[in-house]
Each structure stands twice: as C-alpha cells, then as structure tokens.
Design a protein around this ligand. Structure first.
Ligand code: SF4
Length: 249
C-alpha cells in the first residue's frame, strides 16, 4: 500500500508498512538509539566555532579536525581577527596543519568570517537558508550549526545518517542526503531530531559500520529491513538496478 506524507512517497520501500506504522517504527528506533548511545549533554556550543569546525571537518578525520580547530582558535582567537587574516596566511596555516583541501578551506574560513561581520553584524544567522549563503556551508553544515551550535531541532545528514537511514528503511535506498533529511523529518517526532545525528554517528562507528555491520549485536535488528535481507548495500549503492532503477523517488 502506498501512502504519502508531506508529498513523500513510500513506493518501493514500504516493507508492508503504512506511513503511520513506519512513523511508529522510526520513533522506536530513535528511542533505542538514544538508550544505546546516550550523551549526557548535547554539544550546544558557540555557533561560530561550530561553523568553522564544520568547514575544517570536510573529508577529515575527527581527531585531526579537532586538533586543527583548537589550534586555529588559539592562534586567531575570534571572528574579527580571522576575518582580517590574509587568505594566503590562513591557507598556509591549514597546509602546515595537514588539512586536506587547505586552499579552498582557507578561503572559505576567511570569507565566511568577513561575510558574517559585514552582513550579519558578526552574528551567525539561525536560519538555514541564510547559513547556506556563507562560503563553504552546505545543507549538512548548516544543520550542524543549528543542532550543535544553537541547540535547535535539526537533522544533519552525513555519511552515517545517510547509510543507516537507508538500511533501516527510513528513506528510499537511492535518494540524495537532502531527501533523506526530508524523510527523517517526516517520520521522526520533531523534539527528537537533535538526537538523530549524534546517535546515528555513534551507531555507525561502533555497530552499523559501512562494511560488515554487526547486525547480530545490534539492538535494532528486529526493526531493521537490512537485517531481514529486505534491503542490501547493493540496493543503496545502485548496484541492483533491476530492483530499483524504475522507481522514482
Ligand atoms: S540491524 Fe544491522 S543494518 Fe540494521 S541498524 Fe543494526 S547494524 Fe545496521
């Protein structure tokens, strides 16, 4: 049966559920994830620092990102100093710290800081569309700033959230991250959105790993179409075209 919510189709990944049943299952999944991966306090920090962290973190390991991020704020301190730093100097700083894409990121960091000062009075905007106007800030980073910088209900879809949502049948297997966000927002109660990213990231690192997920150890296995063989990584990567190619998500 095909039902719709917020114009999102369940066709092709119903797993014999109505939208309401899928919503119930999604709620239960998030509750279990919150129990399994609790975090005493969600990281509600400084929006500007969160934004700079997100720029540095793109295609970088967490440990390296954190080290560079700390060093950047030790050296440049605040938004005014960063905005006044020559782009070449920032690029050189990042290069010496071993940051990939140092040229692009160096320019983004300085230009985003300048734009915040010039257009937003030095304050990071709380609006996703305004955030996405800043250099280097795509939808994922904008949602990270909202969730972790401002503590607002938002669902940043990174590689872990994308993969796990599809394995769990909470989004169709072949949609882009922006669409995954829409499905999750339609299925998960809004007061739980802020937990989704950190819980799925923890789950993706420890249990639902990209290769060989530990389904036997996973507390979600009874709720998971992947564990039941109803969906595969091949479906998500687009290798099983005969099963999914004709579906329009
Ligand atoms: S049962 Fe397996 S695929 Fe499903 S969420 Fe758990 S580890 Fe991931």
């Amino acid at each position: 049966m095909v039902t719709e919510s917020r114009s999102l189709s369940l066709e092709g990944f119903t797993f014999d559920e109505t939208w309401e049943e899928k919503r119930e299952r999604a709620k239960r999944i998030v509750e279990i994830l919150m129990e399994v991966h609790p975090r005493e306090k969600l990281l509600i920090g400084d929006p500007y620092r969160t934004l700079i962290h997100c720029i540095i973190s793109q295609r970088m390991r967490d440990e390296v990102t954190y080290k560079v991020w700390e060093e950047l704020f030790r050296k440049y301190g605040d938004i005014e100093t960063t905005a006044a730093t020559p782009i070449e100097e920032m690029q050189e700083f990042l290069r010496k710290q071993g940051v990939g894409l140092w040229k692009t990121k160096g320019e983004w960091i300085v230009r985003a800081s300048q734009m915040l000062l010039e257009k937003y009075n030095g304050k990071v905007p709380e609006d996703i569309n305004e955030l996405m106007k800043l250099p280097g800030i795509g939808r994922k980073c904008a949602n990270i700033v909202l969730a972790y910088g401002f503590g607002k209900q938002a669902i940043p879809v990174d590689t872990h959230v994308n993969r796990i949502s599809k394995r769990l049948g909470l989004a169709p297997p072949r949609v882009a991250p922006e669409k995954v966000e829409e499905y999750l927002a339609g299925l998960i109660p809004e007061d739980k959105w802020i937990y989704v990213n950190h819980a799925m990231v923890d789950h993706g690192r420890s249990i639902c790993r990209p290769i060989k997920p530990k389904c036997d150890e996973c507390q979600l296995r009874e709720l998971c179409p992947y564990a039941k063989g109803l969906i595969t990584d091949g479906d998500i990567k687009g290798e099983n075209r005969s099963r999914w190619a004709e579906r329009a998500f």
